[in-house]
Write a protein that binds this ligand. Structure first.
Ligand code: NDP
Length: 487
């Protein structure tokens, strides 16, 4: 029987997993406020935080008033002279302590991140939390070496950094932002995303535990307007933002002419190019990882699959077979590959895009090893084939578990199609020929290109985009430049 004609695995009775729920109980407070000048403050106007895996309220979080944002910026300003004046080795020691404490509490952080974000515990346990700790370790190492990075020149911190982060990697994005800022001697006011504030508040507890001086990191919670108020604050010297291209554009307008430094890490529509000479089963794994990791809520997701025409049918059959083994469901279950979509709003966005794709002529295929739960926000892994370059789903960031499939005949056509996007964040290339990998990688307009791999992150390696994907780099020594002035 043609593999495409077989019923899905769950209907064939295969792959029945016994539930393996994460059992560590982690207390979540009924309400969270803000963290200003080393103290937790209650704040006002609480709004509910929903658990995506159940669709039920998890806790409440306050929304910062302008005077509270002011207080946070003033606390960061007051802490700056002492923090930047510390011997760099001492600053590094604080960062080491944060990293070590994060490792000590890794399991609790993983559970809370999974409950708050919806991503599988397997990912928070093995990726988000360890990578966040690695970032603090990595930049701890830089603190006392930074002054030797540019021989003969002195490097100075900028002052107070306002940082706004999204909901897709709440803890990891906080680490990406806070670690280099602190290592270079800056102080910080951070605004987490409205739907995912909890691991940032756990980080605040950890800052208290390791005696980080008050005011060095401040956290204000709330929705978009709180972020808008923060980035426009005249008390900042630097703004760092990760999120959608639309909001990034607004921030660029707000800061134009202000003299404040800005880095933007925005959206993407990454191409994952598979040549006929690639190791196909390995490429299937990379394509799965590229689009279904973190439910596809990844700015650098490989959301456009470009297949060499001669292998397209074979590759798609292998891909479908592999997708049929993916477990979609309870994010706290260790068997789960694909967890919950972060919010009802994002689920509606993904569904809208899929419908738009079908309306524009795409063929839809969905599969998994099981039926999706009847509560919470879930979406089956989805393939859209028969898509044209000009279709909405091939051009706009869907930010969900939806893979758009296109084909090509020559390397030149693959590059042209991959580059035919307003974005420029990431791309992947799969081939057994190293010369082809290099040629194609150099021709791609993307800040990051992975060869025979996808979604590989390392604190020592810079990450960031070009064109509508933003500017500036995070990670590596390049991640420090946006936080220093070379005197
Ligand atoms: P946003 O860009 O709106 O959110 C990112 C962060 O910015 C959040 O903390 C948000 O707060 C805050 N914010 C919102 N409006 C403003 C503003 N005017 N000024 C300053 N900060 C602001 O992304 P969404 O969460 O709304 O997601 C929408 C789409 O954006 C997704 O479907 C996806 O396509 C894309 N996206 C891309 C990301 C990436 O890494 N490239 C990350 C997240 C989203 P709040 O959470 O309260 O809205």
């Amino acid at each position: 029987m043609n593999p495409d004609e077989r019923p899905p695995l769950h209907l064939r009775g295969a792959l029945k997993f016994a539930p393996a729920p994460e059992s560590v109980p982690v207390p979540i407070a009924p309400r969270y406020g803000h963290f200003i000048d080393g103290r937790f403050v209650d704040g006002d106007d609480p709004f509910p935080v929903i658990e995506p895996g159940t669709g039920q309220p998890l806790t409440q979080v306050a929304s910062a008033r302008p005077d509270e944002i002011d207080a946070a910026v003033r606390a960061a300003r007051a802490a700056f002279p002492k923090w930047s004046g510390l011997p760099a080795l001492e600053r590094g020691k604080y960062l080491y302590r944060i990293a070590r404490r994060l490792q000590d509490r890794a399991r609790a952080f993983a559970v809370v991140e999974t409950r708050n974000n919806g991503k599988p515990i397997r990912e928070t346990r093995d990726v988000d939390v360890p990578l966040a700790a690695q970032h603090f370790f990595y930049y701890a190492g830089w603190a006392d070496k930074l002054n030797y990075a540019v021989p003969g020149r002195a490097l100075r911190p900028l002052g107070v950094a306002g940082q706004v982060i999204p909901w897709n990697f709440p803890l990891l994005m906080a680490a990406w932002k806070i670690a280099p800022a602190l290592a270079a001697g800056n102080t910080v006011v951070l605004k987490p995303a409205e739907t995912t504030p909890l691991t940032a508040m756990m980080l605040a507890e950890l800052f208290q535990e390791i005696d980080l001086p008050p005011g060095v990191v401040n956290i204000v919670n709330g929705a978009g307007p709180v972020g808008g108020h923060l980035v426009a604050h005249t008390g900042l010297d630097k703004v760092a933002f990760t999120g959608s291209t639309g909001v990034g554009r607004n921030i660029l307008r707000t800061l134009a002419g202000s003299g404040r430094k800005l880095t933007l890490e925005l959206g993407g529509k990454g191409a994952n190019i598979v040549f006929a000479d690639a190791a196909l089963d390995q490429a299937v794994e990379g394509v799965i990882n590229g689009i279904f990791f973190n439910q596809g809520h990844v700015c650098c997701a490989g959301s456009r699959l470009l297949l060499e025409e001669s292998i397209a049918d074979d590759f798609l059959a292998r891909l479908r077979r592999r997708i049929e083994t993916l477990v979609v469901g309870d994010p706290l279950d260790k068997n789960t590959d694909i967890g919950a979509i972060n919010s009802a709003r994002q689920l509606a966005t993904v569904q809208r895009y899929v419908q738009r794709g079908v309306d524009e002529g795409a063929e839809i295929w969905q599969g998994a090893a099981c039926a999706i739960p009847d509560r919470g926000y879930f979406h089956l892994p989805t393939l859209l084939t028969g898509v044209q370059q000009s279709d909405t789903v091939a051009r706009e960031e869907i930010f969900g578990p939806v893979l758009v499939v296109l084909t090509f005949r020559t390397p030149d056509e693959a590059v042209k199609k991959a580059n035919d996007t307003e974005y420029g964040l990431a791309a992947g290339v799969w081939s057994e020929k190293t010369s082809k990998l290099f040629d194609v990688a150099h021709a791609l307009n993307a800040g990051v290109v992975w060869a025979n791999g996808y979604n590989l992150f390392d604190p020592a390696s810079p990450f960031g985009g070009i064109r509508h994907s933003g500017f500036g780099r995070e990670g590596g020594v390049a991640g420090l430049w946006p936080y220093v002035e070379v005197a």
